[in-house]
Design a protein around this ligand. Sequence first.
Ligand code: ADP
Length: 393
Amino acid sequence: MINNILFIDDDNNVLDGYKSIFRNHSNAELDAISELLEVGKKEEAFVDEGEYRVFTATQGIQGLDIVEKQKASSDPIKVAFIDMRMPPGMDGAETAKMIAKIDPNVEIVIVTAYSDTKLNEINEKIGRSDKLLYLKKPFDPMEIKQLALNLCHKYRLERLKDEFIGHVSHELMTPLSSILGFSDILRKDPTLPEKEFEPAKVIYNNAVLMRDLVDDLLSVARMEKRPIDLTLSCISLNQFLEQTDNICRILIEKNPKISFEVEKDQGEIVLTCDMVKMERVLTNLITNAYKFTREGIISLTFNLTEDYFCFNVSDTGIGIPVDQLNNIFDKFKRLENKHHGLPGLGLGLSIVKKIVEAHKGTITVESDIGKGSTFSILFDRNSAFKWSNVNGG
Ligand code: ADP
């Protein structure tokens, strides 16, 4: 399989140097490459360990074009090395952010010569950390080669993992649907002897739990394959809140130490969004709030101004450590705490984030250990999520 690697740098000489790295060279040639790249001397001759196709672009915008075309032709770019400063166009962080939007699977390496640019600031700008590396100049050409080799390998393993998850969860869903359907009939059967009622209920409840887990796996596999399709429709804010309230209240009322508060709209706001997916977002956040709260209050509130609409899901639960606030949206991320044994795969928040982003919104979280957490979903007027007052405005 060919490994497509993209280099974006405003200096053509540097691009030539990168291209040369992926050919076999004598030591003398390698010295010349090092000079071309203005980087440290090589230590040993390269050995080609795979097949590479090198793409180059002198500006971020051209790089985006290449990523888009390769993705459309099902021959995607696997790794992109991006120079941090590329006047007069977009800088490396902006380019990386746009590439991640076009194809979230691309592994990105930001090449930076400037110690003045704080890496955590670039991190925040790009907004992802699991497919992002930094390489500081001066570097040895061998570093580029090894990085490319390993990142292509990582890319392939991740695609294999996605395929595996998609396949296994699909195969599990069919037998699970039968167990779910028949145990539902069984538990409702009036002729069922009393001593068999409890086991039937346990089978049914566990089948529901498994269905939800497999459903999350399937959703993730689908989202990895293609962008989320939104089916937009209109609904009054009150009806939307009421539906969410009805779904979640049944769960939350199981714990009498928790009260559940859902704000009501005093006006007549109408929403346009993918209702089913947005409902999934809120129920997911509220279910998490329930899982990680022993007592207190869970609330669903909203704020709106001329320019933005925001949903807030707050709890008085265990809270999330500050250094984990960004990571919890990563796939399969679960925090190590005494609640680790609760059912879950660590996929809920990654699905939530993808749905919010598909509506062009953002999700943030604030938390205080031992006091609780608030997840906020924000949409501005450019989002796919729209709101208006039936009386105009
Ligand atoms: P899951 O709940 O299936 O483990 P999620 O992706 O929904 O997966 O959440 C990831 C992790 O984030 C959880 O395992 C938990 O450690 C943490 N988390 C999520 N929501 C909350 C919350 N409201 N309070 C405390 N921790 C939370």
